[in-house]
Structures are given as C-alpha cells and as structure tokens.
Design a binder for this molecule. Structure first.
Ligand code: KG4
Ligand code: ZN
Length: 359
C-alpha cells in the first residue's frame, strides 16, 4: 500500500511517499455505504518504508522579517506545492494512479497554509477516488520517532519541542496520547527564534544559535532556571526570554560581540536544562518504559545529549529522530495516516475534513 502525504502547516512545503505492508480494505458493499465499520486490523508489523520525503523550506522568504509571515507562507505553498508533490512521486518512482491513500496535515498551524495542503490533497483524493486521512501535526511529530524505531516500548513519555509547541505527552499505545503539560506562553523554539531576531542573527534562530554558541561557555551567563509555582508539568519560557533580552540591553551585546558565543551557549543550555528537567519530573510521575524527543528543536545537539544522559541515568531507552525527521516533513504525516487507516479503514474520500489552527 502506498500513501502520499502532504504537510503545509507552517513554512515548509513537504510531500512524501511511503510504502507499507498493510492490506487495503475491501470497498464497502452498497448497503454499507455511509456506515464505517470498526474493523480490528492489527498495527502494521514494521515501520513503513519512506520512498521519498521532499521538504522545501521557505526560510529565505521569511528571513528578512525575522519570523514567519503567515500570508507569505500560504502564497509560497500555493506556488510550490505542485512541484513538491511531483518531485515526491518522481523520487519514489510511483505514479499517482498507484497511490492507495492520501494523507494531509489538518492542524494545528497557520490556517491559510493548512488550507493549501488540505485543498490540494482533497482534489487528488477526489479525482483518484481514494481515501483521505487528516492528521494532527503534533501527533505526526511524535510519530517521527516510531518511523525509525517501530519497536519503542509503551508506555512512552514524549517531549515535543517545535517552533510553535512545547509539550509533554504520555503515550499509552499507538495513536493514544495524553497531554501532561505544555507551555503557558512562548514555545522553546519561539524563544530561540525571538532572541536570534533581536540580535539580528536571522531566522530560524535555533540553528544559528547552536552554530554560533558551539564555541561558547554555557556557564558564562547566569540564567535562572524558569519554574512554574505549582506542581504542574507546564513550561514557561517568556520569563527566560525577558531575562535574555535584559542581558543583551544591559551589557550592550551585539551581533559581532566577542561575548556572543558565551551568551548564546548559556541561553541554549538553560533552555535544554529546563526541557530535560521537565522530562525527569514527568518520568518520575508516570514511570514510562521509554523516552521520546521530537520537533524541530530536537535537532539541537545540546538538548539531544542532555536527553540521552537523563535516559541513561534513569535506565530508560531514549529515542530521537534523525535530524531531517525532527523538523516539519510529510513522512511523519504519512506514518500516522497509515496507522489511522489500518485501525479504521474507511475507503470513502472525506471531503468534509477541515483545517484547525489550534489543538
Ligand atoms: O518542528 P518545526 O520544524 O516546526 C514547527 O512545527 O514549529 O520546528 C521549528 C523550530 C524553530 O523554532 C527552529 O528555530 C527550531 O525548530 N530548530 C532548532 C534547531 N533546528 C531547528 N532549535 C535548536 N537547535 C537546532 N539545531
Ligand atoms: Zn512542526
């Protein structure tokens, strides 16, 4: 079975073709149309094979503004989606007629951007008379880990750190996760992006902070670990961001300052420590069998290293996707769609699927 997945939730236009061994459901008999049977189909035994996963970044479009401009993002998706989908099929060596299932990100994300991918996917599925599965973007990020490691033991504790979200999930089994805590203000990636913007370092901020901070001393600047007053597992990064902006102003830090590597390393360090401390607290509470880290910020070496050492210290297995599966990509969307379809094989094309901006 082949799935063509489309992801346009923010500023990456992505399309992927995946192949799984799941047997396609037989079309329903006429009298059953409109009724969706709950068929107990086993989970795919192995991870699907990624035949292609094309990601076209819009970084160059948004960089001059220091962040994503929603209207420009949706216009850019419109311009590029046909070519990106075409390239994903060409690289996979699969024609549209051989696609058995279409998958698309429904939300959360920028509503205009989401609608581009959703409308495109609907058009393809309708024309080819094939099922269309809507996928939650956050669920897709969590799934990225399982694409490379299908045998991750449940229950798993998942930390999702992206540009728009910072959240902890308790994953009891496939397609079943419970939110344990999330950010009350800025996401971790957003804080990195805002500091980089303030210093005029460009967009996205995470990679440039990582690059410039590599040679710095992470203890040079004294940042207090942000804490929420109650016992909740929620995050808060806006206080940390304000403290960083205060340092920049008071010490007159600029783009070409010799102290910049130390400053950036210290900021990155406190962000990584805060994230990992939350994972430790959550793990103590829910006693998972494995730990999973995902989202764009999971590309960060400092965070990956701290996360792995927490796992080693706790005797848990830890999983982080390879860098290209951390940032937004359609392969993770296709992987969720295959699991959803295997569980509920509805062969009709759902043209009522709608996009949602917030989860
Ligand atoms: O998951 P993602 O691609 O998009 C969203 O769903 O938001 O994450 C993008 C975020 C941005 O904030 C970017 O600065 C951050 O991931 N990021 C990084 C690194 N690479 C990307 N943050 C820290 N270190 C990196 N190497
Ligand atoms: Zn994302």
């Amino acid at each position: 079975m082949h799935v063509l997945a489309i992801e346009t939730s923010c500023d990456e236009t992505s399309a992927a073709v995946l192949r799984s061994g799941v047997v396609q459901a037989a079309p329903p008999k006429p009298e059953e149309r409109g009724h969706v049977p709950e068929v107990d189909v086993p989970e795919p035994p192995a991870a699907p094979e990624i035949l292609s996963n094309i990601v076209l970044s819009q970084d160059e479009v948004h960089a001059p503004y220091g962040g994503v401009v929603p209207e420009l993002a949706s216009r850019q998706h419109i311009k590029t989606i046909t070519a990106v989908v075409g390239e994903s099929l060409a690289r996979a060596g699969v024609g549209l007629g051989s696609i058995d299932l279409f998958a698309v990100t429904q939300g959360p994300g920028l509503i205009g951007s989401l609608l581009v991918g959703l409308s495109f996917a609907k058009g393809l599925a309708y024309y080819h008379k094939k099922p269309l599965v809507g996928v939650d973007h956050l669920e897709a990020h969590l799934e990225a880990c399982f694409l490379e490691n299908p045998g991750i033991a449940y229950p798993a504790l998942g930390l999702l750190v992206s540009g728009g979200h910072t959240a902890l999930y308790f994953m009891e089994g496939p397609l079943s996760c419970r939110l344990l805590g999330k950010t009350r203000d800025d996401a971790a990636g957003e804080a990195l992006d805002k500091i980089a913007k303030f210093l005029g370092l460009g967009y996205p901020g995470g990679p440039v902070i990582e690059k410039l901070g590599r040679a710095g001393d992470p203890k040079a600047f004294p940042f207090a670990l942000p804490r929420t007053k109650d016992r909740s597992l929620d995050f808060s990064f806006s206080g940390l961001k304000t403290a960083a902006l205060k340092h920049i102003r008071e010490r007159g830090l600029a783009k070409d300052d010799a102290r910049l590597p130390d400053f950036l390393a210290s900021f990155e360090e406190v962000v990584a420590r805060t994230l990992v401390d939350h994972v430790r607290a959550a793990a103590d509470r829910v006693q998972p069998r494995s730990l999973v880290l995902c989202g764009g910020v999971a590309r960060n070496t400092r965070l990956r290293t701290r996360f792995q050492s927490l796992a080693r210290g706790s005797g848990l297995d830890a999983y982080v996707p390879s860098p290209k599966l951390c940032t937004d990509n359609a392969a993770m969307v296709g992987a969720v769609a295959l699991k959803k379809f295997a569980r509920r094989p509805d062969p009709s094309t759902d043209l009522d699927l709608d996009a949602y901006a917030r989860s």
